[in-house]
Design a protein around this ligand. Structure first.
Ligand SMILES: Cc1cc2nc3c(=O)[nH]c(=O)nc-3n(C[C@H](O)[C@H](O)[C@H](O)COP(=O)(O)OP(=O)(O)OC[C@H]3O[C@@H](n4cnc5c(N)ncnc54)[C@H](O)[C@@H]3O)c2cc1C
Length: 487
């Protein structure tokens, strides 16, 4: 009797539901990871995202080798790979952790149907979230579309404890003899290798994730509430990649955060509670995507599906490159391009700017983020985009439009963040740092930042575009109402 454990977005050994439950059977295990050609070759997945994910897989392979095992890496369609592996080894059980995206659900159902029909027992486990979509429903047994009541119910439900680390690792005896593949490099897929100290396997692995969690709980989490919106302070956890790739378990995170909450006093308490609220947003968007799989393609609020976006390709390119002429937007887009990560406040500002100032359909921005973000998560990304575009569940109301100047002044008051990613603004006096086009000519020269030469002229006028955005949203709403009345 043998159990296959299929790793996907749960690339760790600690507190891993499927691994734990498989080990409980007492059967030797075969840990497997399946490389999907689509993912590696797809132009929709950027180099940094691919690197980070491969690094996390490599780190899992190293950790398994450390406990006397091996991560078997195979290439191809999961149904065929797993069915073949079960035949080859006589494995009679398959364990994996559930994933709630439309693609993953379809894939997992096909795997389940195929292997069950071949006599393999298939068990999927809860691991990605503390509460699965169907666990949190209204009294009418419908999914929540508003966050606050969802959060209230989420908080009252008992939470599972982390699973213990196995005392002994029982691996399939012929594991090392099974044909497998090495993890490919980026170059193998015709991509450029990433260089620089930050692009190492260690940085994206399980150990780095656990250390970061501990470090965060011993420090910055205590001031999360006041500092989380200030990109220049770098005060958020930066655990999003670890939670995306599963190099950290959400049970462990919650358990340790909760311990910290019990010991906290004063500002520490409200800060840790605010941090937990963000973990709940993560689960809220998982359930939105689960119950409304079309929200990656369509507006959740039908009245805004018909907004007549301008979709100017030149403006889209300027936004992607960080060349809009609005420093907070440009610095944020540079942060994304250079690091593969962007601060949450900046995700909101850049998304609002794309949709409400440039009048570009949120789906373009969502796709660009999906390509660039190492922490790309379909549920959080579509949720965040629909929130910012005012089209989603419990969104930012469409008439509340971020002003990129006052957002910059409020959340980067000393210009630390914009200067970091836009060194050309280094000598710009603070009063102009978020509106450099207002600098008189001689000040521009003194600051070595001539607008239109060293730094772009704003590509649109915020006040004008704001009015236009309001009218486009209002028109879409009115048209929708008329259609409804005519039905
Ligand atoms: C337009 C847009 C797109 C986004 N795309 C993604 C994405 O692809 N992947 C992703 O993980 N997050 C996404 N977010 C949410 C959020 O910006 C990131 O989770 C956060 O910036 C990650 O940094 P952190 O780990 O330091 O967060 P912290 O502030 O330390 O939060 C802790 C954890 O809570 C979760 N979290 C925090 N905020 C949110 C949120 N608003 N929605 C869902 N989960 C949240 C994340 O797992 C995060 O790691 C998006 C937000 C917006 C507005």
């Amino acid at each position: 009797m043998t159990a296959i454990v299929w790793f996907r977005r749960d690339l760790r050994l600690h507190d891993h539901a499927a691994l734990h439950i498989a080990m409980q059977t007492g059967d030797p295990i075969i840990p497997v990871f399946i490389l999907d050609d689509w993912f590696c070759r797809s132009g929709t997945v950027g180099d940094k995202r691919l690197f980070a994910y491969f690094a996390a897989v490599q780190s899992l392979a190293n950790n398994l080798a450390h406990v006397g095992g091996r991560l078997l890496i195979r290439h191809g369609d999961p149904v065929q790979v797993l069915s073949q592996l079960a035949k080859e080894t006589g494995a009679d059980k398959l364990f994996f952790n559930r994933d709630y995206t439309p693609y993953a659900r379809k894939r997992d159902q096909s795997v389940c149907d195929a292997l069950t029909s071949e006599g393999v027992m298939v068990q999927s486990c809860k691991d990605l979230v503390l509460h699965e979509p169907a666990e949190i429903l209204t009294k009418q047994r419908t999914p929540y579309a508003v966050f606050t009541p969802y959060r209230r119910l989420w908080q009252t439900l008992p939470k599972e404890q982390p699973y213990p680390i196995p005392e002994r690792w029982l691996m399939f005896d012929r594991l090392n003899e099974l044909p497998g593949e090495a993890l490919p490099t980026l170059e193998a897929f015709g991509r450029k290798a990433l260089t620089g100290d930050e692009w190492t396997v260690q940085r994206f692995g399980e150990r780095a994730a656990c250390e970061r969690l501990k470090q965060y709980l011993n420090g910055d989490i205590q001031q999360y509430k006041d500092r989380r919106d200030m990109p220049g302070l770098d005060a958020t956890s930066r655990l999003s990649f670890a939670l995306k790739a599963g190099t950290l378990s959400i049970r462990t995170v919650y358990y340790l955060v909760h311990e910290a909450l019990e010991e906290a006093r004063g500002e520490g308490v409200t800060s840790i509670e605010a941090f937990i609220t963000e973990l709940i947003w993560r689960e809220f968007y998982q359930q939105v995507l689960f119950f409304h799989p079309k929200t990656t393609e369509q507006a959740f609020l039908p009245q805004f599906e018909g907004v007549k976006w301008e979709n100017n390709p030149e403006l889209l390119a300027r936004w992607c490159e960080g060349e809009t002429g609005y420093p907070i937007v440009d610095a944020a887009m540079k942060q994304l391009g250079e690091t593969g990560w962007m601060h949450n406040r900046l995700r909101m500002i850049t998304a609002s700017f794309l949709t409400k100032d440039l009048l570009i359909d949120w789906r373009y921005g969502m796709a660009y983020f999906a390509k660039q973000l190492i922490d790309y998560d379909e549920a959080a990304n579509s949720g965040g985009w629909q929130w910012s575009a005012s089209t989603g569940t419990d969104p930012q109301p469409y008439f509340r439009i971020f002003n990129p100047i006052s957002q910059g002044e409020k959340f980067d008051p000393d210009g630390v963040f914009v200067k970091k990613y836009l060194p050309v603004l280094r000598d710009v006096p603070l009063q102009y740092i978020h509106k450099p086009w207002e600098m008189p000519k001689e000040v521009q020269e003194q600051a070595n930042c001539v607008i239109g030469l060293d730094y772009p002229v704003p590509c649109v006028d915020h006040a004008e575009r704001r009015k236009l955005a309001l009218s486009l949203f209002q028109e879409a709403k009115d048209r929708h109402l008329m259609q409804k009345q005519n039905e």
